[in-house]
Design a protein around this ligand. Structure first.
Ligand code: ZN
Ligand code: ZN
Length: 155
């Protein structure tokens, strides 16, 4: 399983491995994510930063403006600048890893679709995956094991 959870940038210098499965996977349809990716949504795997092992290369942290004003730092390959993961709200211990940059993006399907209020109209969502207009309370959707891991980060 963990073999599937390696990823990298476009130039190949930055390579990383997720040491375990993430806590939860978001498919985010917000305007920030659409703007930053140039696409309809982003897929983020939420995982402890110390479980993101850099195998080679370096990242460069880029602070980006957001609609909410909440801090958002994107860690990009220092050479080709492809986005690898993000930290939101100044929480360095939590990483939002871009699932599309993993070697096997199909390994981590979304656990929830968020900010569907700005979802592009031609994107059809699966009926069996929770979807919310904006954000949600993790206690309502996350499995107990993931909530316990989240508690380690936020106390
Ligand atoms: Zn978003
Ligand atoms: Zn690169």
């Amino acid at each position: 399983m963990t073999d599937a959870l390696e990823g990298g940038c476009a130039c190949g210098r930055l390579r990383y491995r997720l040491a375990s499965k993430p806590m939860f996977v978001h498919c985010c349809h917000c305007r920030d994510c659409q703007r930053q990716t140039g696409s309809a949504f982003v897929i983020n795997a939420l995982i402890e930063t110390d479980r993101v092992e850099i195998l080679s290369g370096e990242t460069e942290a880029v602070q980006v403006p957001t609609d909410s004003g909440r801090p958002h730092v994107i860690c990009r390959c220092a050479a080709c600048h492809v986005a690898a993961w993000s930290h939101y709200g100044g929480v360095q211990r939590l990483s939002f890893v871009r699932v599309g940059a993993l070697d096997e993006p199909s390994a981590l399907p979304p656990d929830v679709h968020i900010y569907t209020r700005s979802k592009l109209p031609w994107v059809a969502l699966p009926a069996d995956v929770p979807a919310v207009e904006a954000y949600y309370d993790s206690k309502t959707l996350w499995p107990a094991e993931s909530l316990a891991r989240r508690k380690e980060i936020f106390g």
